[in-house]
Design a binder for this molecule. Structure first.
Ligand code: NAD
Ligand code: ZN
Length: 440
């Protein structure tokens, strides 16, 4: 049986929950085929012609819009520090002014989630919904949101861009006054309330994103609208780690052609440091986990140093290997000693070190001031200095133009119901990124 196309548009079949691949501006719906209350497939025109698509959720009644309503859905709730997450039925309130509600389709795990879940060197805030590296679709928008609409494909970002403050107006900064990263905040900026609850009890947000939930509410300034043709199960890793490593090189370290670069920490962030793209000739990987070295070779890392193999500071080893120090070093470990080594291993006169790892709350960076007087530079960056809304769409285009191989970073995938496995992989240092499929 076929229903008229008009019916489909009217009752919002283009609603993302039903047809994740359909977008009103791109696809013209011709026909839907249904059996009883089940939508089987639908035929659409897009810029490339006529295609048939199959909906992910097939019940016609699910076509109804959920805008303005509380949504009940599954979320992985962290009830206590270091305890496995529990998949719970939660309520997600509608977005308020300048907020959007997203349907998350894919999320991945970054080490920053793990630090705050372990809460060893970080402030404990529980129950909390973690997750900040993800891809999804706008379900509904709150008052005042004009540049996002239901159906838009988006990447949420842990640090935002209001486009109005002094930082947003300056080219060199991405530290938005209103929406910059805040690891301590567990609620929405506008009213200090959570949009998540379980049996009436609020659950804390994390980094303003909380993507370990089928639906989440985010400030619209922390959401980058991207090419709807980009596969969200791949580009979701650009919403944090990979863009951070990439930007740390291209925007911050900027190694001159032919330079020697040291990368501390060969996880996904470290391996996204695309020193080769930027023109480095020697790339030295430093990691305490020797199983990282084989994988790193495939990313163009040419030499390896394991600090545990030496009984002297690794900065001395690197200085010896390079005739006085590396030209650039990029730290992606979160370990304070590695941060100090990454600074002290750069060449005097011109060397630049960039800190990327998220440190322990109590960490203190200690080095002799003579290291600065000797003309070494120390920098740090969040999100590789990219302005999330302005710059992220073009990073996605790098992938679409085959200039970035995101597949190499995706070493595992698990259904949402098995999200705790992703934590096990990260804690064991097994693989790089694990994609969590929200429909599983
Ligand atoms: P990961 O766990 O996959 O990788 C970290 C690597 O560092 C591991 O291979 C580990 O063996 C290595 N390591 C740890 N301590 C070390 C030491 N002392 N010396 C040498 N190697 C050491 O983590 P990831 O997801 O790639 O994240 C890396 C870091 O970047 C984390 O601290 C994370 O919080 C941070 N991060 C920062 C930003 C930002 O915007 N600044 C964004 C994303 C992630
Ligand atoms: Zn991250």
């Amino acid at each position: 049986m076929a229903m008229a196309a008009g019916h489909m548009m009217r009752c919002g079949v283009v609603h993302p929950g039903v047809f994740p691949v359909l977008l009103p501006k791109i696809h013209r719906v011709e026909k839907i085929m249904s059996r009883g209350s089940q939508v089987i497939r639908c035929q659409v025109h897009d810029s490339r012609g006529f295609t048939t698509v199959q909906p992910k959720i097939r019940k016609v009644e699910e076509i109804e819009s959920t805008a303005g309503q509380v949504i009940q859905c599954r979320a992985a709730v962290a009830w206590e520090a270091g305890k496995p997450l529990a998949i719970e039925e939660i309520e997600v309130a509608p977005p308020k002014e300048m907020e959007v509600r997203l349907k998350i389709l894919y999320t991945s795990l970054c080490h920053t989630d793990v630090y705050f879940w372990e809460a060893k060197g970080q402030t404990p805030l529980f129950p909390r919904i973690f997750g900040h590296e993800a891809g999804g679709i706008v379900e509904s928008v709150g008052e005042g949101v004009t540049d996002l609409a239901p159906g838009d494909h988006v990447l949420p970002v842990f640090t935002g861009e209001c486009k109005e403050c002094v930082h947003c107006k300056r080219e060199e900064s991405n530290m938005c006054d209103l929406l910059r990263i805040n690891t301590e905040r567990g609620a929405m900026i506008s009213d200090g309330q959570s949009r998540f609850s379980i049996n009436g009890k609020p659950i804390y947000h994390f980094l303003g994103t909380s993507t370990f939930s089928e639906y989440t509410v985010i400030h619209s300034g922390c959401v980058a609208k991207i090419d709807p043709l980009a596969p969200l199960d791949k580009v979701c890793v650009l919403s944090c780690g990979i863009s951070t490593g990439l930007g740390a090189t291209l925007n911050v370290a900027k190694p001159p052609k032919g330079s020697t670069v040291a990368i501390f920490g060969l996880g996904a962030v470290g391996l996204a440091v695309r020193a080769r793209i930027a023109g480095a000739s020697r790339i030295i990987g430093v990691d305490r986990n020797p199983t990282r070295f084989d994988k790193a070779k495939k990313f163009g890392v040419t030499e390896f140093v394991n600090p545990l193999d030496y009984d002297r500071p690794v900065q001395e080893v690197l200085a010896e290997m390079t005739g006085g120090g590396v030209d650039r070093s990029i730290e992606c470990t979160g370990n304070i000693n590695a941060m100090i080594s990454a600074f002290e291993c750069v060449h005097d006169g011109w060397g630049v070190a960039v800190l990327v790892g998220v440190p322990h709350k109590e960490a203190q960076f200690k080095t002799h001031p003579i290291n600065f007087l000797n003309e070494r530079t120390l920098k740090g960056t969040f999100f590789g200095n990219y302005k999330p809304r302005t710059d992220l769409p073009s990073v996605v285009e790098m992938y679409m133009n085959k200039e970035l191989e995101l597949e190499k970073f995706i070493t595992h995938s698990v259904p949402f119901s098995e999200i705790n496995k992703a934590f096990d992989y990260m804690l064991k240092g097994d693989g790089l990124r694990c994609i969590i499929h929200m429909d599983g």
